[in-house]
Design a protein. Sequence first.
Length: 134
Amino acid sequence: LGGVVEVPPRSIVALAATESDAELYRQAIVDCGIAFFWATPSQASRFAHADLFWWDDSVSAPASAMGWTERLVSVDPSLVGKHIWVCHDANLQQERAALAGGIYLVVRKPFLLSSLLDAQFEAVACTKSRRRAA
């Protein structure tokens, strides 16, 4: 259970406190041909070669730029993937710190689920209707 997982091309890891927190993200890509994994930050290094990491605010409170860099490296040591922070109400200073620390994009809740895909997988043909997240 603790080994490295071989992740396929076009893969996403949703970092969330619980599987139910991650379910919303899984629903966003269910028909898009993208591999999906859920993990807590302490488990996520098993998926270090994923293309995209979605950081749900259930596990990612605002941090300094250095705090974000440390957080990202802990799950993606080579910083190969893109990291998106999904949060309710980050202020401009918190958003700037996240971006300076390696976050690719900050997405505020509520959002269109498909907008998460657009951030990384623009070429993915996904016919799923756009749903609104709470």
